[in-house]
Design a protein around this ligand. Sequence first.
Ligand code: G4P
Length: 530
Amino acid sequence: MTKIEDEIGKRRTFAIISHPDAGKTTLTEKLLLFGGAIQTAGAVKSNKIKNTAASDFMEIEKQRGISVATSVMNFKYKDVLINLLDTPGHKDFAEDTYRTLTAVDSVILVIDCVKGVEEQTEKLMEVCRMRDTPVIVFINKMDREGQNPFDLLDELEEKLNIKVRPLSWPISIGATFKGVYNLYDKSLDLFNPNKTKIEADKLSIKDLNDASLDKKVGEANANQLREDVELIEGVYGEFDNEAYRAGQIAPVFFGSAVNNFGVQELLDTFIRLAPSPKPRKADKRIIEPSEAKFSGFVFKIHANIDPRHRDRIAFLRVCSGKFERNKFFHHVRLNKDFRYSSPATFMAQEKNIIEEAFPGDVIGLYDTGNFKIGDTLTEGEEFMFKGIPSFSPEIFKEVINADPMKSKQLDKGVQQLTEEGVAQLFTQQQGSRKIIGTVGELQFEVIQHRLKHEYGASASFQHLNVYKACWITYDDQAEFDAFAKYREHQLAKDKEGNFVFLADSEWMLNTMIQDFPKLKFHFNSEFKTA
Ligand code: G4P
């Protein structure tokens, strides 16, 4: 094995996703404790914004120090190098989460056993399925009186449109929860509820008929477990790791993150099952991670909130070869070569300058405005990585310049903020009418605040009645011209110059789809990668 193959084999790059409050932050913290990356509980700050005001958001950003401190957490667990990518806890920043999902090789999805599959979970899974990202499900809060585990599995299959296969099984639930049986290793692990320490009270029982099981969990629980396991083995069949890696089946674990129930089982199994960095699609060919030459793409840009420092940090996922500090790399879109003297990784409050990075790693590059989301760096070859989707925003507003003397600043600010991916920008009338689309209201407050403090521009926003943005492609110019004439006021361009139809109702959208059959309407920008 070459050095690079060895490095790739050791890496697991993933994200934890969940509907807010299901336990993502808690599970992250426990994984970091197991990985020895932090020593005490409470070290990971929640990135939830309980109160939806821009000032709170800014405050949280400031408190998080360089504000990217917890964006990528890397730690070593049993010789495996784990890169855990953080995703925002607030639903208004869902778009940021979708982009982060393009940079991982697998995800762990956290479900609250009381609430089951929630709205945000469905949306996030949709994004995972678009790219066949392997998913492991962790059903959390088993210390609460949740739903029956079999019902939960049915709900997962139905609502998330994916087959599931339990790999651990809970013994009782709620106040009488005893622990989990690991179906993969055929061993039983019992735990003491323990919120601060990570040592578990483990007991390995290879044979479920062993009488010591009855002693440990009580006869009734032991019998129930035997019955459940028989049913599971019968109904779900053998676990197929290839099907998991192809994104077709999701292994399921049960536990309670806050009590350390089932977390280590999850982590131990995760490092064995989850894929190491995979090949990636670029517009010209597929890039294998083990290729000698470096390549990577930017999936996230984080502005420095401090207005005195305009620099930003671009997060780059290494896809092939070896990234090296101070070596010149090719910025494909700009057709220019750049080198980076202080590429960094971030862990808790620490920032470390790195000399080299391998596929699966995520590095922060200081940027003075050269990067846009989706940009590719290579060792000279001309290709761009594909698959950073934009979805239709939910709220659309026109940007109104409140200070005509500052229109240049406003244009620049809007341009740069949307390049960072804070919001999507659509333009009409050769760019003179600007429409911003976001997932939530919070972004508008953030944009307004940042335009004022970082660019000295003031803007207000006028709400537009738009139901959905749809990307349009066509082969028939005459049909498009007819459509463009008829719907001129609802046609805009996105940042790449693609045509976007801003439909004001579902009815209107369906009517247009029917009336203009030669146009193709796409519900996300991923069509470019089809
Ligand atoms: P999130 O990042 O997905 O939004 O969720 P987070 O981890 O912040 O957890 C949400 C709430 O659920 C927290 O309570 C957390 O303590 C609790 N929680 C997490 N795992 C479990 C579990 O296994 N069992 C139970 N019963 N609760 C769990 P909180 O009251 O919002 O915050 P805190 O004051 O406890 O920190």
